[in-house]
Design a protein around this ligand. Structure first.
Ligand SMILES: [Zn+2]
Length: 318
């Protein structure tokens, strides 16, 4: 899984494609004059002038133009090194995209979404803590327990009241099935509170990836992580999105950061697929979509049809 540049100017050039994956990036002194010339042409075409023109020599003018692009696209400034971030954004720019004014994409937007995601995570923790407290006092009244919490526990984590009927994939609500959920939500809360873990970038999985994270983090937010009201050019496979979808993505990726098995195929089941309904409780305890969707469900206070769950999805209120 890599970044693939698509702009006709340079899509066929292997050195540029490698640079887009930082393998290695292009920088001052680069010897491939053809690749450097393509970078210079791309910079000039997208509004980052190089007075000497596309000479094929990577000197101070080219480094300055790369730094101007880093500034324009909101990336961290470096010595003027053209790697995944700059080349990815230039590729999108040559195909008609321009960064929305203000902080309406990627990690710049993500920072404004953190409070909403944290509100949802906080409500999930409160709901689970209530269940935990009743369990530890040995006085859990499953008849009068919060109905939304009980429905959400069954829907997303396949947990049902002890003594009731349960399907083969479900487990009973106990200290040992609730505590792992609380543990993950608290770790998610800490992750989202650490701004160093939320990065404005281009995702390594490709230009159409909105956000990604591996165990240990950080979360990368790319150009498709956007409220598309401000971004009419399609750079993504996502039709529409809004703050609740953005919060769902953020919570989902945050679980990848803190739960190592969360990316396994049997665990990583989307809330929009039928398989989500029959996932085992054991696997659901690690499913990033289950955490994101449970928190949104608790926050909203009511369930939604599977096709309109709380993350991405056509036709749902944003
Ligand atoms: Zn994922």
């Amino acid at each position: 899984m890599t970044v693939t540049l698509l702009a006709p100017l340079w899509a066929a050039n292997a050195r540029i494609q490698n640079a887009a994956n930082n393998a290695p990036p292009l920088q001052a002194g680069a010897t491939d004059k053809v690749a450097v010339g393509l970078l210079q042409t791309a910079l000039i075409q997208t509004g980052f002038p190089i007075p000497a023109g596309p000479t094929g020599n990577f000197g101070t003018q080219t480094a300055a133009a790369v730094r101007a692009a880093e500034t324009r696209f909101g990336f961290k400034l470096d010595a003027g090194i053209a790697g995944r971030e700059v080349l990815g954004a230039l590729d999108l720019a040559m195909r008609g995209w321009s960064p929305p004014a203000g902080a309406h994409w990627g990690g710049l937007l993500a920072k404004t979404v953190v409070p909403l995601a944290q509100r949802k995570v906080g409500k999930a923790i409160t709901a689970l803590q209530d269940v935990r407290n009743m369990l530890s006092f040995g006085a859990f009244d499953f008849v009068t327990a919060d109905g939304v919490t009980m429905v959400a526990l069954k829907t997303h984590f396949k947990l049902v009241a002890p003594g009731g009927t349960r399907a083969g994939s479900e487990e009973f609500i106990t200290v040992s099935t609730i505590d792992p959920l609380l543990g993950n939500f608290r770790a998610l809360q800490r992750t989202l509170a650490n701004s160093a873990m939320l990065r404005h970038s281009i995702c390594t999985l490709g230009l159409d990836t909105a956000a990604e994270a591996a165990f240990g983090g950080p979360v990368l937010f790319g150009p498709p992580y956007s409220d598309f009201k401000h971004d009419p050019v399609a750079v993504t496979n996502i039709d529409t999105t809004g703050v609740n979808s953005l919060a769902a993505m953020m919570m989902h990726e945050g679980i990848h950061v803190i739960d190592r098995p969360s990316g396994d195929d049997a665990i990583h089941i989307s809330e929009f697929t039928a398989a989500y309904e029959t996932q085992s409780a054991t696997n659901a305890r690690h499913n990033p979509s289950a955490f994101a969707t449970f928190a949104a469900h608790i926050d909203e206070g009511q369930d939604r049809p599977r096709a309109q769950r709380y993350g991405l999805g056509a036709g749902r209120p944003l």
